[in-house]
Design a protein around this ligand. Structure first.
Ligand SMILES: Nc1nc2c(ncn2[C@@H]2O[C@H](COP(=O)(O)OP(=O)(O)OP(=O)(O)O)[C@@H](O)[C@H]2O)c(=O)[nH]1
Ligand SMILES: [Mg+2]
Length: 335
């Protein structure tokens, strides 16, 4: 599975229409005043995030997007028509850079987010505006302004909805392998996973969400122990965190607290995300195992990826949370 997808396109907003030079002509009025209308505005180019789109593949086939120019002004003070705007759909998670400078122009995050990426040129003023007491017959008008023009570099980062967080060996990769088509390496030694894996979890018919399996975290990860925590940036944008602790952990509550603590050291905002906890490997838990309460506000779901226990309840709960987040209104959508 490919996580980063990129494309380069050029966009050009429409130029403004020219202002018109014209003089009123009426029967019996030999020398009418200036009546040249203004040019229309050139079309803008917008980008709009669309969660139905999954890749940047379309841009391999079409690389150039040019909006119409504004129509030129006409006599009798008629303003030219504005050029039509263009809206280019991009998948959520597309970062857009100005190819010439490398500067990030926008980050398309939320479904429906719209950004004006290239501004159409203003129409020029017609000669009707330039008449003064001493210059009653201006024979000039303004040209239209140029529309913006950019080469854009787009990069799509597939955004995970759910990020798996746990100590090494907690069973993160095993969970993603039973819930999705992802086939990460699974082994009974710590730090099996070195790079994040993404998997698409199908839910009922037609529904799905993306899960990110990342390397294990240990106490002191923020100070560089284990694999460190830099890979936590892969879950910075997930909607939900799934905190995973194995049923054979020596102290489940302490392990849970350590994980939250390391998350907080990386980025305090991570703790503001909705989260769920699972106790994994319930198939090897002793008979008298009691599912602990970890945090008053969150649900703790016991599961076994190997035996398939609790997975339906987990998927139901994850879907519920993901769709709740999807319904959030546009906020922090960037510019
Ligand atoms: N009995 C049992 N073993 C499990 C279960 N889930 C995972 N394991 C085992 O636990 C070990 C670690 O599993 P992984 O899925 O690789 O764990 P991880 O959290 O991805 O580990 P790292 O990538 O090292 O962080 C493997 O030997 C798995 O077979 C489970 O539900 N029951
Ligand atoms: Mg793993």
């Amino acid at each position: 599975m490919k996580f980063v997808d990129s494309a380069k396109i050029s966009v050009k907003a429409g130029d403004g229409g020219r202002g018109c030079v014209s003089f009123r002509r009426e029967k019996f009025v030999p020398k009418g005043g200036p009546d040249g209308g203004d040019g229309g505005r050139g079309g803008h180019v917008y980008l709009r995030a669309n969660r139905q789109l999954a890749t940047l593949l379309d841009f391999k086939y079409r690389k150039s997007y040019i909006a119409d120019r504004g129509a030129h002004g006409l006599g009798a003070r008629k303003t030219g028509r504005d050029g039509g705007d263009i809206i280019i759909g991009v998948p959520c998670g597309t970062v857009v850079r100005n190819a010439a400078t490398g500067e990030v122009m926008c980050d398309m995050v939320v479904d429906g987010q719209e950004v004006q990426i290239a501004k159409g040129g203003r129409g020029g003023q017609g000669n009707q505006h330039f008449a003064t007491a001493t210059r009653q017959a201006p024979r000039f008008a303004q040209p239209g302004e140029k529309g913006d023009e950019f080469e854009l570099e787009m990069e799509l980062k597939l955004m995970a909805d759910v990020g798996l967080v746990g100590f090494p060996n907690a069973g993160k990769s095993t969970l993603i392998s039973v819930l999705s088509a992802a086939r990460p390496k699974i082994a009974d030694y710590p730090f099996t996973t070195l790079v994040p894996n993404l998997g698409i979890v199908r839910y009922e018919e037609y529904k799905s969400f993306v899960m990110a399996d990342i390397p294990g975290i240990i106490e002191g990860a923020a100070e560089g122990r284990g694999l460190g925590i830099q890979f936590l940036r892969h879950i910075e944008r997930t909607k939900i965190l799934l905190i995973m602790v194995s049923s054979d952990s020596e102290d489940i509550a302490a392990e849970y607290a350590t994980l939250l603590n390391e998350l907080e050291k990386f980025e305090p905002a991570l703790l503001l995300k909705p989260r769920l906890a699972v106790i994994t490997k319930m198939d090897i838990a002793p008979e008298d195992f009691v599912v602990p309460e970890l945090d008053a506000a969150i649900r703790v779901i016991p599961i076994s990826s190997v035996a398939g226990h609790g997975l339906k309840a987990l998927k139901d709960e994850l879907w519920k949370q993901v769709s709740l987040q999807n319904q959030q209104p546009l906020e922090n959508a960037g510019n």
